[in-house]
Design a protein around this ligand. Structure first.
Ligand code: SF4
Length: 244
């Protein structure tokens, strides 16, 4: 939300040593992932937030879970085989959670003008091609020269999708996918449904621009920040326990 201080993501050491700043509430959760327990610590503004304000924290959590899963896969002899330049997993329609769709618009807005124009044009073109007669585009519109054009703020589903089989199997969509016990994208869908007290169907990423226009009022809704993060932590904890 414009003018709202960001959720601060704390390292484990800072989280135990430094006191939260005035106006922030410190929250933490321990998430078991295979043989590790990940401690997530965040200082949350003690004010009302939009769903999209919490997404950078969700991306941090997702990356930590994926990294722990990759260490586990490596330890059992099935290391991730994904490499820069391989984009087979981007050649399919991508569904993202409602809060990530709202955040995508904010993150695109923060890009330098030329990149912002390119990403907005790519999304607008994808919408036109999806609406046109004939088969829909079979690659993500944000793939540019075999690389993700929004890599730093790509959605959780893209962060989570790693193969452990030889790269040539990705080309035939026969890849073995690395197990990740907590699906943060699904957690965000459940979280949005809980906050809005409604169902929360995922959004086709190539249609995010017009979907967000149609749902602008939803994107502006706010809830008490600490309560929102506690609810997200509860959902993630439940998923982690169910996966054990
Ligand atoms: S957003 Fe990026 S990582 Fe995700 S499918 Fe599109 S190009 Fe690939």
């Amino acid at each position: 939300m414009k003018g709202t201080p960001a959720v601060q993501i704390m390292g484990d050491a800072e989280g135990s040593r430094v006191l939260p700043s005035v106006g922030f509430v410190r929250l933490s959760v321990d998430l078991p992932v295979f043989d590790e327990t990940l401690r997530i610590v965040a200082d949350v503004p003690d004010q009302r937030l939009q769903m999209s304000d919490v997404i950078p924290l969700a991306y941090h959590i997702c990356d930590r879970i994926v990294a722990a899963s990759a260490r586990h896969s490596q330890a059992v002899g099935e290391p991730a085989s994904c490499r820069k330049g391989c984009s087979a997993c981007c050649e399919q329609p991508v569904l993202i959670s409602v809060p990530e769709a709202f955040r995508l618009i904010t993150d695109i807005g923060s890009l330098p003008d030329d990149r912002k124009r390119r990403v907005n044009t790519a999304l607008a073109d994808a919408e036109k091609r999806t609406a046109a007669p004939g088969p829909p585009p079979n690659a993500c519109s944000l793939l540019a020269e075999q690389a993700c054009s929004i890599y730093a703020f790509r959605p959780c589903v893209c962060r989570t999708f790693l193969a452990t089989s030889p790269p040539k199997l990705c080309d035939t969509h026969d890849a073995r996918i690395m197990p990740v016990p907590i699906a943060v994208s699904s957690a965000l869908g459940l979280w949005a449904a809980e906050l809005e007290d409604d169902t929360s169907a995922p959004v086709l990423m190539s249609g995010t621009l017009s979907w967000c226009d149609d749902n602008h009022a939803r994107s502006q809704r706010t809830w008490p920040g600490p309560q929102m993060v506690r609810q997200l932590f509860d959902i993630l904890s439940k998923m982690a326990l169910e996966a054990r």
